[in-house]
Design a protein around this ligand. Structure first.
Ligand code: SD4
Length: 294
């Protein structure tokens, strides 16, 4: 069923983010304001271990953040490998609106943040994170697991009452990743894509596999060719699995969300456990996505 306005966000934490996005839109904010303010709720949530500065660090102990945002006019901004910034999504929006560029990385992104008046935060790893990190260092085995807290990027796509689309995506990336590793979330077309003529898509999960198929761009292009959002998400998961075959008991997890220009939506994942939040006129709920492997 098609609904406008509509917000879709990845995982359970999407519910609070959608709530905020809805409120912004109702109070005459733009769809861009809504998707920015929505995911800022997750970025600021000190309980989050996968978004914002309380997320898990990389293997050298640094919390490095990735984020991207896209507007209905096709403009986009992103930041990656950035440290000590509380709201990377806001920084991504500033890259989009205040620079001639699309993407800033690392120290350069941080310098730009400071020039825009954003404070550099002192990062103190939460106690449980320190404990897990110290334990992990004993083996230093890199073995990301499905549906655990390390697959909790928030990606949000939204449509307003006039059919204008926007999207946002923000993460601390995979737990104990290599220093300098960048995932799909800040890569336009991988973790997020918006085309106001067609629809919008976002992704969560093992970023390397999403980048390999330009996951979000692929979904939007499939919708352009006439697939429903659900069909497009399913086909994109199939494509991804062609490039990254699934083995029994594999920890591989990816979840896609999509909405089209009419406010129809879809969700699909590699394996069970992917939840998403959906907010429309009738309420704000959490749903279990369908998946390829139960
Ligand atoms: C990444 N897609 O960096 C993200 C991971 C994720 O935090 O979903 N989790 O690959």
């Amino acid at each position: 069923f098609a609904q406008k306005p509509l917000f879709l966000s990845t995982w359970n934490h999407g519910q609070a983010a959608n709530e905020k996005a809805w409120e912004i839109l109702q109070n005459s904010g733009s769809i861009l304001d809504a998707v920015e303010e929505g995911v800022k709720v997750t970025e600021a949530d000190i309980r989050s271990r996968s978004v914002g500065l309380t997320g898990f660090p990389d293997r050298d102990g640094h919390v490095t953040l990735d984020a991207s945002i896209m507007n209905s006019d096709g403009n986009c901004g992103s930041v990656c490998f950035v440290e000590r910034i509380k709201h990377p999504i806001t920084l991504a929006r500033k890259v989009m609106e205040e620079t001639p560029h699309v993407m800033l990385a690392g120290d350069g992104a941080q310098q730009f943040a400071v020039s825009q008046g954003m404070p550099l935060e002192d990062v103190e790893l939460p106690d449980d994170v320190v404990r897990e990190y110290e334990e992990w260092k004993e083996t230093s085995e890199y073995n990301p697991a499905a549906n655990s807290e390390n697959h909790d990027t928030i990606g949000m796509v939204g449509i307003d009452g006039d059919g204008n689309l926007a999207g946002s995506c923000t993460t601390s990336g995979l737990k104990f990743k290599m220093h300098g590793r960048v995932g799909d979330s800040p890569i336009i077309g991988a973790g997020l894509y918006v085309d106001n003529e067609v629809g919008a898509a976002t992704a969560t999960g093992m970023g390397e596999t999403i980048i390999k198929v330009c996951g979000s761009f692929l979904i939007v292009e499939l919708m352009r060719q006439g697939r429903t959002p659900q069909e497009a998400c399913e086909e994109a998961i199939d494509r991804l699995l062609q490039k990254t075959p699934f083995e029994t008991d594999s920890e591989l997890q990816v979840g896609f969300l999509a909405i089209d220009k009419n406010g129809d939506h879809g969700a699909y994942a590699v394996q069970s456990g992917f939840t998403y939040a959906i907010h429309h006129q009738e309420g704000n709920s959490i749903e279990n996505s369908d998946c390829r492997y139960e």
